[in-house]
Design a protein around this ligand. Sequence first.
Ligand SMILES: [Zn+2]
Length: 266
Amino acid sequence: MALSTRRYQQAEAGGSVRITDEVYLVGGGVANAFGLSDDPDCHIYLVDGGDELALIDCGMASGNSLERILANVLAEGLNPEKIAQVIVTHYHVDHAGGAAEFRERLGVDVVAPADAADALRTGDERAVALDVAKAAGFYAADYHFEPVEVSQEVREGDRIHVGRLELEVFETPGHCDGHVSLLMRGRERSYLFAGDAVFSGGRVVLQNIHDCSIQKTAESIAKLAELEFDALLPGHAAICLDGGTRHVALANQACRSLFVPKNLVG
Ligand SMILES: [Zn+2]
């Protein structure tokens, strides 16, 4: 779909966090510490594979968020028309709620965990725990989760191509079902996009929702603790450019001691 960039330029002046010359943070709410798009968006990463760009998670596209994110991409001298995919780590709305809007506006393919695809396609608010999240006051009562067509379902070991870059899929349920983490070996660094599986300081987000599991969290963290990578890029809070494995090791250590890693929130 051809896009006019004028509309993004009309959005407020863009800004982003250039993590390296192949990974950028282009969105995320103030509650997430960066204030690059509207609350309650998670961290929204952009990977630059040369011919193609992809977003990892897209937030809710509420308010002015989508325009702000595209303005941030432009501000880095990158062309939003080259965004070919939105890759979602899991179906929680602060990560994937805006996927339908991004797909419609940008003509992108939505890539999602196979175990999350049905809920995304149907917009099932109970399946994604939006009903209880609304009741708890996290989201407006009138917020509607827009169903979205999933172009590609991914499972353990699959590889997602973004231009010259390749992201390897690791299934990491626990925070919720249908959650994946993505390992990318870049030019000078390797990156783990961890979604909400594990955070800096070895923290996790365990919530009182139907598909959150301490045991699955521990299994997923043990799996991630086997990986070699430099940067830990989670869906919220601090990001870590080097020594990212240390944070996962902390969480793994807690689980192996039969304790629950500290919660990021609450
Ligand atoms: Zn989540």
